[in-house]
Design a protein around this ligand. Sequence first.
Ligand code: PGA
Length: 250
Amino acid sequence: MARKKLVAGNWKMNTTLGEAKSLAAAVAAGSTASAADVAVCVPYPWLIPVAESLRGSKVGLGAQNCSSHKSGAYTGEVSTGMLLEAGCRYVIVGHSERRHGLGETDAVVNAKAKAALAAGLRTIFCVGELLAEREAKQTEAVLERQIRHGLRDLPTDRLANLVVAYEPFWAIGTGKVATPEQAQEAHAFIRKEVSTLLGGTLAGSLPILYGGSVTAENAASLFARPDVDGGLVGGASLKADSFLKIVGAA
Ligand code: PGA
């Protein structure tokens, strides 16, 4: 089944306001002819000004996290309703830097995925194994656990907005990209697991992105694999020219 590719930039905790606005404007200007969907996931305080820079373009605005709660006494948290009002169409949940650096469990990520989908956001749900887990041949067991726990009880009428990102932790920000074969193998496994959990039709149309040291140089060979439907790009999304080359490779 033909799936539309998606390239999403994850700026993480980078950029000044000025840098964010000019990067977004350059991405918007350079993406007009792209056949793929394009998004940038930016720091919370830059959402509204970046929404302005993207206005009228095909680039979707995204956040890097959200609360699972609608509103209330959750100091420092940001709700999906706030993201929508700020102009977001996308949100990342379960990024490995949050799972491993900030202690987000499968249950927490599941609650966020439910909230994000229920709000109508295109939800980029991240999974991936640690280096020690890969070396211990636990990759599939880890992915299976993250998918079965993280994607349980989702709002069934909103699943068209689900995106999965496979991000092996050892490849993130390390320059150590997964080979196209490693990515394809993991993506095919993820699609099979999603098929078991949510059905073959949904699994067949689900975009599965690869993330972890994607660059302008390696993107085309990754995106050429049958189950790799685009990328979630960190470091290389901070420069318009490298990010636009990756968009061009999709
Ligand atoms: P990287 O980050 O491209 O810098 O490896 C990817 C990510 O963490 O989403």
